[in-house]
Design a protein around this ligand. Structure first.
Ligand code: ADP
Ligand code: ZN
Ligand code: ZN
Length: 659
């Protein structure tokens, strides 16, 4: 009898054996099935066949094939298998996660008729610049697996390189996968790609796409009908039988790493996939992650540089404003206010970048010292004056603003610090005639509002923009000539060793908004540390200087990419429970006696309490990735076997990005 090994959405690192209902039908690996499980029914995927089972044959229940759905290809199952092994996550849960919503429930979407319209003419292309030619030739000439780092500032023509490399793939009848950060996947990018390939079947996949459409896109990719998949991190799991090229744009972007469930890095999975399929992969960025930059420096990746902007004549000038020397007005220096005023007079746009939404980060009572703590988290509640609420940005709890101090009854509660709403108010008072738009997750809380705001900016309906990092990515505002950076210093001294890397990328990106068309751009950074090497490197547009300095520091400190890390996190209603679990985990790790592995002490997380649960973590580190992986493979089954209290939850995060 053939026994089917089935991956089911069950949080256990194992497969489930079933027998086939009805006659054998040849190889069933990859087929979707419906099986009885417990008292219910589940859907799963056949990932293997065997002739024996640990279970007695008469106890095996019957699996039913779902007939009208295609089998998943072997390389797709192997991709899921890699993720399960590398991230130490149950294969059944990986498979379920990688499937589109309807297939998870064994359903097929209604197919839409192809709209047969007239194919618009292919656009005339710009003449590629010499550096672009070198990059395009290198990528299209690659045979087999090769990783390229395409390093070029915003506007240097990276997208143009991707599109030409994709064009070469389509000519050969291949499929291409292009991954972009969530926020960068705008209708503008979609239409740029479809305008370039008017007769190609392109599918877009991101969180805004509904269940049925996502499932149709998956099937179109699987059946080879889709030539290009353009999507966010989840698209790395699209089955693509004729895949010939992968592009990861803004490869450094944090949104490529999923922070829950299967904690995968879509960039890293994409690299595995390119290797598996023996095809080239292009990682593009103005500010590559230090991991990627390091690989390129060592020669493991081939670096392709686009040092010049394609359209704008020059890079924006970057300067610091030393805020130790003056009294700021509403957080703004005289130099920045003057620069903003000058743009207003000339009819140009300014952008003030402040990566903190809300009116003020905390409301406080000067009389007794009360401050607006969140009662569920170890965090403050942020004052939102626009709708008169106090809101926790971590757990979403919100309450009305108290009229008096809850502790002492004082009437005079004071906001401390500054968020985008407060900056907007200050600018409105100072420039009463200016049209000011605020862009953050409050003002753009739906894709519709976000796109309306982008359209308004493009239409020149704003003189000043106040925004968070939402505005930093992938948008081209022709009239924007000034970027003012307000309050970025905190990240220079943050405890997370990746904070400077992120700050540099953010500032470079937001600065890149300035002067993209034919108007010269300027960036003014308000800071109390004008001599800081990070700001120096920004002034000189010298990412490599910054990256090399950071890498030297990390080599000394023993941080990634010179070590490899995994974090075991635990959470429970009480901190001792979480710490106790981690201590047990340490004991079982020590019993394995892995000499190349460094285990740190379990500690509470920096923000220990979230949504009334206490969180702690244990860092595991090694100089060798294979050593770390083989240790984790030995350790995880022991952790799964531990008896833990019901209210305790734990997970492993391989290559963690946040601490
Ligand atoms: P990036 O992706 O690096 O930000 P893009 O590819 O979007 O850069 O190019 C920036 C702008 O320059 C776009 O408007 C693009 O059409 C234009 N562009 C790119 N390459 C060329 C070229 N070789 N000649 C003229 N314009 C170009
Ligand atoms: Zn008080
Ligand atoms: Zn909270």
């Amino acid at each position: 009898m053939t026994i089917l090994q089935i991956a089911l959405d069950v949080p256990l690192p194992r497969l489930f054996d079933y027998r086939l209902a009805g006659e054998s039908q040849g190889n069933l690996v990859g087929r979707l099935v419906r099986v009885p499980f417990g008292r219910g029914v589940r859907f799963g995927v056949v990932v293997g066949e065997a002739t024996t089972s640990d279970q007695p044959a008469e106890k095996l229940k019957a699996a039913e094939l779902i007939d009208d759905l295609p089998a998943l290809p072997a390389d797709w199952l192997e991709l899921c298998g890699f993720c399960a092994r590398y991230y130490h996550y149950p294969l059944g849960q990986v498979v379920t996660f990688a499937l589109p919503p309807l297939l998870r429930r064994g359903k097929k979407p209604r197919m839409l008729k192809d709209k047969a319209g007239a194919v618009p003419p292919a656009p005339t292309l710009p003449v590629a610049m010499p550096d672009q030619v070198i990059a395009i030739d290198a990528i299209t000439a690659a045979s087999g697996f090769q990783t390229f780092l395409l390093h070029g500032v915003t506007g240097s023509g990276k997208t143009e390189v991707y599109l030409r490399a994709i064009a070469a793939v389509l000519e050969r009848g291949g499929q291409a996968l292009m991954l972009v950060p969530e926020i960068a996947l705008t209708p503008q990018l979609e239409s740029r790609v479809s305008a370039r390939f008017p007769s190609a079947h392109i599918v877009a996949a991101h969180s805004g796409v509904g269940d049925a459409a996502r499932t149709r896109a998956f099937l179109a990719a699987l059946e080879g009908r889709a030539a290009i998949v353009l999507g966010t991190r989840l698209s790395v799991f699209m089955p693509l039988p004729a895949l010939q090229l992968i592009v990861v744009d803004e490869e450094h972007d944090a949104s490529f790493k999923q922070q829950e469930g299967l904690r995968y890095s879509a960039r890293d999975v994409a690299i595995f996939r390119a290797k598996q399929r023996a095809i080239p992969i292009v990682l593009g960025s103005a500010t590559p992650s230090l991991e990627t930059f390091h690989h390129a420096s060592c020669g493991r990746y081939r670096k392709l540089d686009l040092p010049l902007r394609a359209v704008a004549a020059a890079m924006p000038t970057v300067a610091t404003v030393d805020t130790r020397k003056e009294k700021l007005q509403d957080g703004l220096s005289a130099a920045l206010l003057a620069a903003v005023g000058a743009r207003l007079e000339k009819g140009e746009q300014s952008l003030l970048f402040l990566n903190r939404r809300g009116y003020a980060p905390v409301l406080a009572c000067p009389a007794c010292g009360w401050i607006s703590h969140c009662r569920r988290c170890a965090a403050n509640m942020v004052l939102h004056l626009a709708d008169r609420r106090l809101r926790c940005h971590h757990c979403g709890l919100e309450v009305a603003i108290p009229h008096t101090c809850p502790d002492c009854g004082n009437l005079d509660l004071q906001p401390f610090g500054r968020g985008t709403q407060r900056l907007e108010v200050a600018l409105t008072e100072r420039f009463p005639t200016a049209r000011i738009l605020r862009i953050d997750r409050d003002s753009a809380d739906s894709p519709k509002k976000w796109h309306a705001l982008l359209a308004a900016i493009h239409a020149g309906e704003a003189d000043m923009l106040v925004g968070t990092q939402m505005l930093a990515k992938g948008h081209d505002f022709p009239k924007l000539t000034l970027v003012g950076v307000v309050g970025a210093d905190a990240a220079l001294f943050a405890a997370d060793f990746r904070a400077p890397e992120r700050l540099f990328a953010q500032l470079m990106q937001v600065g890149g908004r300035s002067g993209r068309a034919h108007l010269p751009g300027a960036v003014l950074i308000q800071t109390e540390y004008p001599d800081h090497p990070l700001y120096r490197a920004l002034i000189n547009h010298d990412y490599s200087a910054f990256a090399n300095e950071q890498l030297a520091e990390r080599a000394v400190a023993g941080f990634p990419p010179f070590t490899f890390q995994a974090l075991l996190r635990a959470e429970a209603p009480a901190l001792p429970q979480a710490l106790e679990f981690l201590a047990t985990a340490v004991t079982s790790a020590e019993a394995l006696g892995a000499p190349d592995i460094m285990l740190y002490d379990p500690v509470p997380m920096r923000m220990a309490r979230l949504k009334n649960r206490e969180r702690a973590q244990l860092l595991v580190e090694s100089k060798s990735r294979p050593a770390l992986q083989s240790f984790l493979a030995d350790w995880m089954p022991r952790l799964y076997a531990l008896k833990t209290p019901r209210e305790l939850r734990w997970h492993l995060d391989v290559d963690p990005q946040e601490f």
